[in-house]
Design a protein around this ligand. Sequence first.
Ligand SMILES: *Cc1c(COP(=O)(O)O)cnc(C)c1O
Length: 417
Amino acid sequence: MKSAVAADAPSGIGCARMSNAVQEKLVELAKASLYPNYAQPPIVIVRGRGCDLWDASGRQYLDLFAGIAVNTLGHAHPRLVSAIATQAASVMHVSNYYYNEPNLRLAARLCSLTGLARVLFSNSGTEAIEAMLKLARRHFYVRGEQDRYRVVAFDNAFHGRTMGSLAVTGQPKYRDGFGPLLGVTHVPFGDVSAVRAAMAPDVAAILVEPIQGEGGVIPAPPGFLAALRATADEHGALLLGDEVQTGVGRTGAFLGFQREGVVPDAVALAKAMGGGFPIGAVAAGEILIGALPPGSHGSTFAGNALASAAALAVLDVIEEEGLVEGARTKGEHLAQGLTEVASRHPTKIVTSRGVGLLQALVLAPDVAAAKVLGAVREEGVLLTLAGGALRFSPALTITLEELDRGLACVDRALAKC
Ligand SMILES: *Cc1c(COP(=O)(O)O)cnc(C)c1O
């Protein structure tokens, strides 16, 4: 079944009717064998190139979500493909019993890009958050302050799905049914006095996304991150940044925190890092180097040579093509376009907001968000929903022409809805 799809991977609408049966067969396979914890539409993606994706029926889509802010270089970027192929033909994995070269080069690059002292690798965003929480708790433990364990986090935040990450996530839809989730106080995002009120000698860290991603693309108010830095310092607590969605250039700076000139004690990265290859990391400041001595934390796959080579290729292309600066200029173009779309559909769109290439159209409360998403897809554009907003998180390699084409499709979809 699989090889049949690959062999006649459709290249145009000419073969659409014939391959519809292929797609239907695959969807049957999904229904019969996949655990039903997602709710996909009946579409099986078989191929990608740049910002274009094709499904098994031969239909082409413009990808403006990039696998949830992951496919930094779009799909099948030749540099990423060849870096992965070359590394795979050399050595993929040795475990952390030994060093591997791409991983060391990647760690050095991340230190210099984040301005932090050391890098601890993981395989995903949630694992990076777990590692960062363990880092914070054990930092105080080795200093004889084992009573400092609580984390101050924010309502509407998203930090991942494992138990520790879930505990700091501030949205009932992710938390319900998994309690008790301990050791966290949630306060309103952007509210400095609520943060101050939550501070006490048992607080180990404040954890924050510079822009709440899953929460609906909500940027921290100007000065908020700096106020958190000052508050953490005042109380001897750590400031931890979740840059899993914002990091690696998407906001027009390598880190979202850098836009505000604020340096956290540690940041978590993942999504965009490997350009589609799973990898995550925590970059930690000097102060945290003694927190997790040998044996206290680890992961079999973390920092493997294949994932590291992929991430290095992503960083190389980002640098050579000026994609961080590009995210700023393209982001301004996108923001402008979204403002215009919003103004043409005032009953459906409340506002547009975002930073760089992480933007959103905020839907009116009475608009059926899933319907809009479906209508946009019918126009040939793939987006995601985040906190009641239509989220745009395209590849950093996207062109202005593609953004304009996408905006026109979204505009048409909203008119039809
Ligand atoms: C996606 C995301 C995570 C979790 O990453 P996974 O790789 O899905 O585990 C954590 N924090 C933020 C801000 C995210 O967007």
